[in-house]
Unconditional design. Structure first.
Length: 390
């Protein structure tokens, strides 16, 4: 027959064993945290229709317990797709990773205690803007449900700009004046398509040539194209547009150049304008507004003559003078470009003559005849309110 003391000791041992086992189970359960997940893109920006790599890392934070049945689901935002499933690298064994164009999924992975697993896949950018990608919560059998992971990438395009420049003022007439056109990729990514430049000349200007290193250019339509890549932040070799300026060209005109293509989406900055001043070949202004010439005497005024070249030597002469009046010029001609002071001298043998010489030119009675080499070209400038006293 079992004694009461023996029975009491047996019960105590069983109770102690149950208590220890319960404490061990409770302690083990308290140490098993859920897995964590992080994700990242390989670059902050990606060009439209280009790929970037998306990487996932799952971590088991428990120091002594493996996590099994680990999995998560990730739906791509509208601007990203998985176009190449074969780009998948890495594993979370023995889990199974499946992909669809808009989704990637992991099931049945085991992550050992205090370790991680990582895998990556390429995603294709199909829409511009900031693409934010957030996973569903990561789960496991032992640790339950963990958190989500979020990463974003900005889908961008190249941004083409163009400039049109020239040096100095043009003259009329003139041959061989030039504009310089320069195309720049001001965007954060390289171009991906054909680039086209068009130039629109103002009235009075006619293109005689257009060319640029590595460009394919035509006079009609006036422009150039090229299909190679323009790197972000760089410029192509310049284009030179050579023009002739006619006598009918206005004193102020504007050249307009445009650029297009390259895979850009921002077209607001694709046009350049280049205001151009066109000067006459010969410009004159008198330093003295009026001359009074006594009978039998002379009077002089200095003409500020600006010659822009292109017509050879310019010789000065007078025509339509009153009777008994002569004129002379010193120097009698100019051939060098730039500003030259020319002294106009009026000599009379009749009674007193008042000759107004406004700054803008010479009175009609003193029409200036400009003789250029063998060709006699008549340039007449009219003075406001001319007065003549004889």
């Amino acid at each position: 027959m079992m004694s009461a003391t023996h029975t009491s000791h047996s019960f105590s041992r069983r109770s102690l064993a149950i208590l220890v086992f319960s404490l061990m189970v409770a302690a083990a359960g308290a140490a098993q945290s859920p897995p964590t997940i992080v994700k990242s893109f390989s670059s902050a920006n990606v060009g439209l229709n280009l790929s970037t790599t998306l990487t996932f890392t799952i971590t088991n934070p428990n120091p002594a317990t493996d996590l099994t049945g680990v999995g998560f689901n990730d739906n791509m935002p509208a601007g990203l797709i998985i176009a190449n499933p074969d780009s998948l690298t890495g594993t979370c064994d023995p889990g199974v990773i499946t992909t669809a164009p808009n989704n990637i999924n992991l099931v049945g992975a085991t992550v050992l205690a205090n370790s991680s697993c990582t895998f990556s896949i390429d995603v294709l950018a199909v829409a511009t803007g900031t693409q934010v990608n957030t996973t569903d919560p990561v789960t496991s059998i032992e640790g339950g449900t963990g958190g989500t992971a979020t990463a974003s990438v900005v889908v961008v395009t190249p941004d083409l700009t163009i400039t049109s420049t020239h040096t100095g003022n043009f003259t009329r007439p003139q041959t061989g004046a030039t504009y310089t056109l320069t195309v720049t990729n001001s965007g954060p990514v390289d171009t991906t398509a054909l680039i086209t430049v068009r130039d629109t000349l103002p009235a009075g200007l006619t293109a005689t040539a257009i060319d640029g290193l590595n460009w394919i250019c035509t006079l009609s339509p006036l422009g150039c194209t090229r299909g190679d890549t323009l790197l972000a932040g760089t410029s192509f070799e310049p284009i030179t547009v050579t023009v002739n300026v006619s006598n009918s060209a206005a004193s102020s005109v504007t050249n307009t150049a445009t650029v297009s293509g390259g895979g850009e989406t921002n077209t607001a900055n694709d046009t350049a304008t280049d205001p151009t001043q066109i000067d006459a070949v010969l410009q004159m202004a008198a330093q003295t507004a009026n001359l009074t010439v006594a009978a039998g005497s002379t009077a002089s005024s200095v003409l500020n003559v600006t010659y822009n070249g292109g017509l050879g030597a310019i010789t000065f002469a007078c025509s339509g003078l009153p009777a008994a009046t002569t004129c002379g010029f010193n120097p009698p001609s100019v051939s060098a470009t730039g500003a030259t002071p020319v002294t106009l001298t009026i000599t009379t043998t009749a009674r007193s003559t008042a000759v107004p010489v406004p700054p803008s030119g010479i009175p009609p009675q003193f029409t200036l005849l400009l003789l250029m080499g063998l060709a006699g070209v008549l340039f007449a400038t009219r003075i406001k309110n001319p007065r003549m006293r004889l």
